[in-house]
Write a protein that binds this ligand. Structure first.
Ligand code: PLP
Length: 645
C-alpha cells in the first residue's frame, strides 16, 4: 500500500501534499494566534502545540470531543493538533471553532468562511526557510510519473499481480511458512473503517469494540496454547521470540538470578532463534541433533548441566523444523527446568498442534504464535504478520507493557469476567518489561482475520484442520516415497504437518542441484517448497489443510515428473548441461524464439505434463544467477548503462 501510494502520487504529488498540509497548519496557527492562544514555535509543518488562552485546556478538549475530534492532551495545560492530507476546509473551520472562533463553525458542509479565506491569503506568502528546503531530486524512476490516472494505476497493479504466482494460482507448499487459505470472509473486516481508521492511542471509551476483540482473541489463544495470559503486541514471530526471552530474563532477575544468560538452541532451529537470543542479551549454546534429526538428549543433558547456574532458556520448535513430533519433547522440557532454565517454544509449527496438544501441556513456559501462519493472516508478499506470545502464570507479570496505554487493564477485565477470583491478585502487568512495539496491541488492524478464522472454525473445526494438515503431509510423503528419500520420519514412519525430501544425491549423479528442481517447478506452474532450510540441498513441503486432494496430487505429479527428468539425465538420454532443469524456468520469450538451440523440444520445455495446456502460469523472468546478483548489487533504476560506465 505504501509503495502504491508513492507510485500514484510520485515526487510531485508528495511535495504538493506536504505543501498543502503545511499551508493548512500555518493557516490554523495564524487563526489560533489571532484568537489569543499561545502556539509553540514559529516553524511548523503539520503539528501545533497550543496553550489555550485562559489556561483552559480541558474545555478545548471537550469542545473537540463534541465535534468528534481527538486532540492530544499533553497533561500540562497544552494540547496538540496534527493535520494531514485528509484535512479540508471543514476540519480547519471546526478546529478554529473548538478554540473559540465564532465565525468559523459550520463550514464543513458549506463554503469556506471569510476567516479561513483570510488566513490562507496571509500564509500563502510565507516561504519555507531555505535551511529546510529539499533541493535534491528523489523518486526519479519513470514509474513515479506514469501512473497518475486511476486507469494507469489499475493497470500497473494488475501487471505486477500478473507476474506473481500466488495462492490464487496454486498451492504454495513452503515448509515452516504455513501458507494456508486467507478466507475472503476473514479478510473483509480489515477494510472496514471501524478497524482500519482507529488510532492506536484513541481514548479507551472510543475503542470498546476493538477491546472486546482483543480480549476474546487473547482468551482463545490462551486456551489454544494452554497458557494463562497472552500479549498481542509483538509484530512478528521473531519479535515474539525477543519479547518472550525478555520476559524470561525479567523472571530470572526478579528471583535474584539475573546472571542467567545462556540460551540453548538446537542445531535445527530457525535462524531467528539465535538472532533473538543475542538481541535479548543472551549467549547462544548450540545443542546437537542426532541422525534422525531429533535433539540429542545426551548433549542437551550435558550442556544444561554444564551451564546450570547460568542457564536462562532453551528455545525449541515443536514439531521440530525437521517435520517430526519429537517423542522426547516433555523430557527436553524437564531437563531444562531441572537446570533452572525456562522453555521457550517457537510456535511456528502450531498448525500441527492446535486442538491436539499445546505448549502449556507439553511443559513450555512461553510460546509465540505466528498469526500469519497458523491463523490465516496473509504474509510474505501478501502482508504483515503478528507474533503474540502466550505465557504460563508465573511469567504473566512481565508481559510487555506500554507507556501510553495499559494493555493489562484489558487483560484484567477479560480475566475478571472469566474468573471471579480476578487477576489483580496475580499481578499481571505489574512488572512489565516495557513496550516491544510502538502500538499497545501491535498490528491491531489485522487481528480481525485471526478472530474471524477462530470464530468460524470453533474448537472442532480447528482440531479437524490440524488433523487434515498432518494427514495431507503424510499422504504426500507416502506418494513421493520411492521417488525421493524422505529425510526424517518419526518412530512410526510418519511425519508431522511437513516433511523434507532429500535432493542432495542428484548433484553427483546428474549434476542437478536443488535449485534446478525449484526452477523447473515454475515451468510446471508451481511455487517451490522451502529450499535448503533447515537442511541444505533439500526441499521442505507443507501442504496445509487448505489444499484439496487434487492439488496435492498435482504437486506430487509434478515432482515425480521432474524426478523422471532427472533420471533421464542420470541415464544419459538428456544432456547433463543442456536440459530442461538447467535452463528452467522457460519464459514465453525463450519458447517463441526462432533460434531454439536446445537438444530437447520447446513443447517439452513448456508443457511437460498435459494439464498445463489448460492452465499455465508463465514465469516472467528466466533464470537469474542468485549468488552473482547478491554479490554485485546495482541500482535497477533506468540508466543502467550510465551506471555501468
Ligand atoms: C517463520 C518462523 C519464525 C519467524 O517468524 P516471523 O513471523 O517470520 O518473524 C521463527 N521460527 C520458525 C520455525 C519459523 O518458521
Amino acid at each position: 500500500m505504501a509503495g502504491m501510494y508513492g507510485v500514484y502520487h510520485g515526487a510531485d504529488g508528495l511535495r504538493a501534499i506536504a505543501e498543502r498540509v503545511r499551508l493548512w497548519t500555518q493557516a490554523l496557527r495564524a487563526g489560533l494566534i489571532e484568537l489569543g492562544h499561545k502556539v509553540a514555535g514559529d516553524l511548523v509543518f503539520d503539528t501545533l502545540r497550543v496553550r489555550p488562552a485562559g489556561g483552559d485546556a480541558e474545555s478545548v478538549l471537550e469542545a473537540a470531543r463534541a465535534r468528534e475530534i481527538n486532540l492530544r492532551d499533553f497533561g500540562d495545560g497544552t494540547v496538540g493538533v496534527t493535520l494531514d492530507e485528509t484535512t479540508d476546509v471543514g476540519l480547519v473551520g471546526d478546529l478554529l471553532a473548538v478554540f473559540g472562533a465564532d465565525n468559523a463553525a459550520g463550514t464543513r458542509a458549506g463554503k469556506p468562511e471569510p476567516l479561513i479565506v483570510d488566513l490562507l491569503a496571509q500564509v500563502q506568502k510565507e516561504d519555507i526557510p531555505s535551511a529546510f528546503v529539499r533541493t535534491s531530486a528523489f523518486m526519479e524512476h519513470p514509474i513515479f510519473r506514469s501512473c497518475q490516472s486511476e486507469t494507469e494505476m489499475l493497470r500497473h497493479i494488475f501487471r505486477l499481480q500478473g507476474r506473481d504466482l500466488s495462492l490464487v494460482h496454486a498451492t504454495i507448499p513452503l515448509g515452516s511458512c504455513t501458507m494456508k487459505l486467507n478466507g475472503t470472509s476473514e479478510m473483509l473486516p480489515v477494510t472496514w473503517p471501524e478497524f482500519a481508521e482507529m488510532h492506536p492511542f484513541a481514548p479507551a471509551e472510543q475503542t470498546e469494540g476493538y477491546r472486546e476483540l482483543f480480549g476474546q482473541l487473547e482468551t482463545w489463544l490462551a486456551e489454544i496454547t494452554g497458557f494463562a495470559a497472552v500479549s498481542l503486541q509483538p509484530n512478528a514471530g521473531s519479535q515474539g521470540e525477543f519479547a518472550g526471552l525478555m520476559v524470561i530474563r525479567a523472571h530470572h532477575e526478579a528471583r535474584g538470578e539475573g546472571g542467567r544468560d545462556v540460551c540453548l538452541i538446537p542445531a535445527s532451529a530457525h535462524g531467528t532463534n539465535p538472532a533473538s537470543a543475542v538481541i535479548a542479551g543472551m549467549r547462544v549454546v548450540v545443542v546437537k541433533c542426532d541422525e534422525q534429526g531429533n535433539i540429542d538428549i545426551d548433549d542437551l543433558r550435558a550442556k544444561a548441566g554444564k551451564h546450570s547456574d547460568k542457564l536462562a532458556a532453551l528455545m525449541v520448535t515443536y514439531p521440530s523444523t525437521h517435520g517430526v513430533f519429537e517423542e522426547a519433547i516433555t523430557e527436553v522440557c524437564k531437563i531444562v527446568h531441572e537446570s533452572g532454565g525456562q522453555v521457550y517454544m517457537d510456535g511456528a509449527n502450531m498448525n500441527a498442534q492446535v486442538g491436539l496438544t499445546n505448549p502449556g501441556r507439553i511443559g513450555a513456559d512461553v510460546c509465540h504464535l505466528n498469526l500469519h501462519k497458523t491463523f490465516c493472516i496473509p504474509h510474505g508478499g501478501g502482508g504483515p504478520g503478528i507474533g503474540p506470545i502466550g505465557v504460563a502464570q508465573h511469567l504473566a507479570p512481565y508481559l510487555p507493557g506500554h507507556p501510553v496505554v495499559r494493555p493489562f487493564d484489558n487483560l484484567q477485565t477479560m480475566h475478571n469476567s472469566a474468573n471471579a477470583q480476578g487477576s489483580q491478585s496475580l499481578g499481571w502487568g505489574s512488572s512489565a518489561i516495557g513496550a516491544i512495539s510502538a502500538a499497545p496491541w501491535g498490528s491491531a488492524s489485522i487481528l480481525p482475520i485471526s478472530w474471524v478464522y477462530i470464530a468460524l472454525m470453533g474448537a472442532g473445526g480447528l482440531t479437524r484442520a490440524t488433523e487434515v494438515a498432518i494427514l495431507s503431509a503424510n499422504y504426500m510423503a507416502a506418494r513421493l516415497k520411492g521417488h525421493y528419500d524422505i529425510l526424517y520420519v518419526g518412530e512410526h514412519g510418519t511425519v508431522a504437518h511437513e516433511f523434507i525430501i532429500d535432493c542432495r544425491g542428484f548433484e553427483k549423479r546428474a549434476g542437478v542441484k536443488v535449485e534446478d528442481i525449484t526452477k523447473r517447478l515454475m515451468d510446471y506452474s508451481f511455487h517451490a517448497p522451502t529450499m535448503s532450510f533447515p537442511v541444505p540441498g533439500t526441499l521442505m513441503i507443507e501442504p496445509t489443510e487448505s489444499e484439496p486432494l487434487q492439488e496435492l496430487d498435482r504437486l506430487c505429479d509434478a515432482l515425480i515428473a521432474i524426478r523422471c527428468e532427472i533420471r533421464e539425465i542420470e541415464e544419459g538420454t538428456l544432456d547433463r548441461d543442456d536440459n530442461p532443469l538447467k535452463n528452467a524456468p522457460h519464459t514465453t520469450e525463450m519458447i517463441a524464439t526462432d533460434a531454439w538451440g536446445h537438444p530437447y523440444t520447446r513443447e517439452r520445455a513448456a508443457y511437460p505434463i498435459a494439464g498445463l495446456r489448460q492452465d499455465k502460469f508463465w514465469p516472467a523472468c528466466a533464470r537469474v544467477d542468485n549468488p552473482y546478483g547478491d554479490r554485485n548489487l546495482v541500482c535497477s533504476c533506468p540508466g543502467i548503462e550510465e551506471f555501468a560506465s
